[in-house]
Design a protein around this ligand. Structure first.
Ligand code: DP6
Length: 360
């Protein structure tokens, strides 16, 4: 079993004055949801996600040794322009991970970041953004410690990403990623995400995710506040137990490829996530009328055609439409004909399961 102390490095054997790295990291969509956490970004229940392919953050990290090593020093560029409002989040991240990356105060960093998905699309960029940043810092640490194994490199990258944003730890590796201790999943950990270690049926190869942009506005309640409201939540314990149970069910479903059972777990998880929000104190609703219109239209279409398309939601109004690759044409036609009308400015993004972070 790993502990956080395993990620505190011993002395480094090498050094570097300056240079840069560049990584892309994708977003991910949870099937069993992380909602509720303990101290130090430890999840209240395990979660599992599909890593996406097209929705990515690309981050270049420049670094140069500096004289004054008393504090963190960095510039932040978003799409080539300085972005002051992202800085506090990065500052907090650096403070949290400093004990694991003791070189952080020795360099001035230039963090130059961009997303492949439209700015303010309502798609959270914290998962892909924190994962891309963590990969870059690990590339630097690997220069300082050239002996580092690949396994450690990726585990620690995920560990660091989690300290930036919980779901980010699931964006380092590809396809199906589990985060959180689960008795029946060997190697699963609260500290980092791991690739789902068992068989995944070919029905899930290239699984599609079309993201319908229902509402691109700022959320009224952030995920961080939402997680907090799971403390003293009347249904918390039952919910956390249910997440374990749903993940157990998915182990069998991934193996046997039963899409009807997959749909039941995934849609129930999405609605339960939002039910937790509606039953928090204070309570809140992140779905919009068009979210419900889309859900109803998907249910009707699935009933009429028997095409195994389903939805999931993250902490917002947008709808992720999930379906196997072999029904792509029919589902895209359905989206065009019946769902685009519920999207803000008719916008949606076609994505699918993908491979995880990539060095550029
Ligand atoms: C609903 O990872 O954004 O998307 O750890 O506070 O940064 P923080 O929260 P975050 O929460 C994601 C919640 C979710 C479900 C999920 O991705 O599992």
């Amino acid at each position: 079993m790993f502990t956080a102390a395993d990620f505190i490095p011993n002395t480094y054997t090498s050094s570097i004055e300056n240079g840069n790295f560049e990584w892309s990291a994708p977003s991910n969509i949870a099937l069993v949801k992380y909602w509720g956490k303990k101290d130090n970004q430890i999840p209240a229940n395990p979660s599992v996600s599909f890593t996406l392919n097209n929705c990515k953050t690309i981050t270049k990290l420049g670094f140069a040794k500096k004289k004054n090593q008393d504090s963190f020093s960095f510039d932040l560029l978003f799409e080539g322009k300085p972005k002051e409002d992202f800085k506090p989040k990065i500052q907090k991240f650096l403070e949290r991970v400093h004990i694991y990356l003791p070189f952080l105060k020795e360099y001035h960093f230039t963090i130059d970041t961009q997303n492949t998905f439209p700015h303010s699309s309502g798609i959270a960029s914290s998962a892909s953004g924190m994962a891309a940043l963590a990969m870059n810092f690990m590339s630097l640490e690997k220069v300082l410690n050239p002996e580092m194994s690949d396994a450690y490199f990726y585990q620690k990258a995920s560990f660091l990403a989690r300290l930036g944003s919980g779901s980010a730890c699931r964006s380092v590796k590809g396809n199906v990623v589990v985060w959180g201790n689960q008795a029946n999943i060997g190697g699963s950990s609260d500290l980092f995400g791991v690739e789902f270690p068992y068989a995944v049926h070919e029905n899930f190869n290239n699984y599609q995710d079309t993201i319908l942009l229902v509402d691109k506005g700022e959320k009224q309640v952030s995920s961080t506040v939402g997680h907090d409201l799971m403390h003293d939540h009347p249904y918390a314990e039952r919910r956390f137990a249910q997440a374990h149970n749903n993940l157990d069910q998915l182990i069998a479903i991934f193996e046997n490829g039963n899409l009807n059972e997959f749909i039941k777990v995934v849609e129930s998880e999405a609605l339960t996530l939002h039910a937790m929000m509606m039953t928090s104190m204070p309570y809140f609703i992140l779905m919009k009328p068009n979210t419900l219109q889309i859900i109803n239209a998907i249910w009707k279409f699935r009933n009429e055609t028997q095409i195994p398309v389903c939805f999931t939601l993250d902490a917002g109004a947008n709808v992720h439409v999930l379906y196997p690759e072999n029904v792509t044409d029919k589902v895209l036609q359905f989206i065009q004909d019946e769902l685009v009308v519920f999207c803000q400015n008719g916008q949606y993004i076609c994505d699918k399961i993908g491979a995880g972070a990539i060095a550029l």
